[in-house]
Write a protein that binds this ligand. Sequence first.
Ligand SMILES: *Cc1c(COP(=O)(O)O)cnc(C)c1O
Length: 354
Amino acid sequence: MLDTLTIDVQPAGTSRLAELDLANLEFGKSFADHMLAVEYRDGEWQQPRIMPYGPLAISPANSALHYGQAIFEGAKAYRQADGSVALFRPLDNWRRLNASAERMAMPTIPEDIYLQGLRELVKLDSGWVPSAAGSSLYIRPYMFATDGFLGVRPSETYHFGIITCPVAAFFNKPVRVRFEQKYVRAAPGGAGYAKNAGNYGAAMLPSKLAQQEGYHQLLWTDASEHQYVEESGAMNVMFVIDGTLITPELSTSILDGITRRSVLQLAHDWGMPVEERRVSSREVVAAIQDGRLTEAFGVGTAATIAAIATIGHEGHDYDLPALADTSFARRVGAELEAIRTGHTADPHNWMVAV
Ligand SMILES: *Cc1c(COP(=O)(O)O)cnc(C)c1O
């Protein structure tokens, strides 16, 4: 390894920023001027490069395409009250990327390549970080196998990259979800805790079927009994029942969300009772019927907090009360936004300046 990391920067000749329609940002569609690219070969990561955003060339025999060694992360950078730009918990994403890499027999990324690469990239494209309420620069780190080889074994070469895109607030309307009790997202001992591309591919058909029934998302349940809540789409899920914040405990089939962790931390800080444990669909439905369930919401980087309006279970739709401004979900969403934009203190040092 190099003692001091240097990044080779090839700036874009002209910025595309002027073409961006800030009033109509669609998630994941417009990308900032630059991207980070680092190749792994001969057992080590090579010199990181920042270059104009553009296509990559791969072999038709690329083993990520055929056998799925492909992982990613999702993070955000925020415009601060003082005009500067800061990253939210970037090292948590770095650690989770490496946990995903280990699960998929891929090489881990050194901290300096990840953090310095990310900082330099976001600094260079800081003009792309929007400032409207709820908006941010979405950051997509990813790694995939690059061997052009059809033999089934871990690739010997990889590409690690980071691309970014300005985004507005994600879900605007409260979502309709239903328990999924036939298809499975992840099973114990599988790769559900890793952020690997294949988990998403296999979730698309069941999600599409639910969308055809008028739901936005699924509430995944456990693989063996189809009873216990796991998560919802690309979000962890939380309930407030009898004033206690309840969320499924982590396992090999649940993704360890950084938003989940942050929301649980704030709940602890505020003295709210928290339970991380198994939650069954029956418990959720019974608590809705008894009026003891006051809030249900998804938590994740893209949406931050996505209020759940309706939960479908065994052919019945259960409507939840609208979230009041005084609800935990609304308060924690506002607090996270204030921390991320530098409008309030950051007692856990979550923000890292670029
Ligand atoms: C990324 C992701 C989440 C949310 O994680 P955050 O770190 O909060 O963005 C939840 N579930 C799945 C399946 C995910 O891929």
